[in-house]
Design a protein around this ligand. Structure first.
Ligand code: HEC
Length: 152
């Protein structure tokens, strides 16, 4: 303590940087409350959630594999695509090699959608994703070919 009784005005100066921070914090707080209060800005966690779910659903159903089901020409192309891209690991007749047998029961599911995702995005234990290389149309053809093999 300083007991001289002199006024201590030097102690009352607030550093400019601190003031700037202080007012910036208040402005930020007001902005934050206004923009995230549903009654003021209309922002809603549920709206955001709904939008995210809707866009995710769109990408998940973006693989209408069945468009080539029974289409012999497309299945023939699928067979060629399989021979040059997949047979190295899954064997020419898809009965398996480095990769699993694709005519037996499948770990990741065997609906068109499952097969499409396996081929397009890959699977963790050594299955590469082929979407960048083949594009979705050719993958759909391979899937149609696999489905035909699986039905036999
Ligand atoms: C480099 C080798 C390799 C190539 C090339 C390859 N695969 Fe695979 N594939 C694998 C392996 C390994 C697995 C097992 C992955 C796992 O268990 O996580 C697998 C898994 C799969 C599965 C899922 C099987 C299950 O049990 O659910 C499908 C479907 C599949 N491959 C299709 C294809 C198709 C179609 C192609 C060609 C476009 C292809 N693969 C090319 C190695 C390969």
């Amino acid at each position: 303590m300083n007991d001289t009784g002199e006024p201590q005005e030097g102690h009352n100066k607030i550093p400019a940087g601190w003031l700037i921070f202080f007012f910036a914090a208040i402005i930020f707080l007001i902005w934050y409350v206004v923009s995230y209060t549903p009654a003021i800005s209309g922002w809603s966690f549920y709206d955001k959630y709904k939008k995210e779910m809707a866009s995710a659903a769109k990408t998940e159903t973006a693989a209408p594999a069945s468009k080539y089901a029974g289409d012999e020409k497309a299945i023939g192309e699928g067979k060629e695509i399989f021979a040059s891209n997949c047979a190295a690991c899954h064997n020419a007749d898809a009965t398996g090699g480095i990769g699993p047998n694709l005519i037996a029961e499948l770990k990741y599911g065997s609906t068109e959608q499952d097969l499409y995702i396996s081929a397009a995005k890959g699977r963790p234990n050594g299955m590469p994703g082929f979407l960048p290389q083949l594009g979705s149309d050719r993958i759909i053809k391979v899937v149609a070919y696999l489905e035909k093999l699986r039905k036999k």
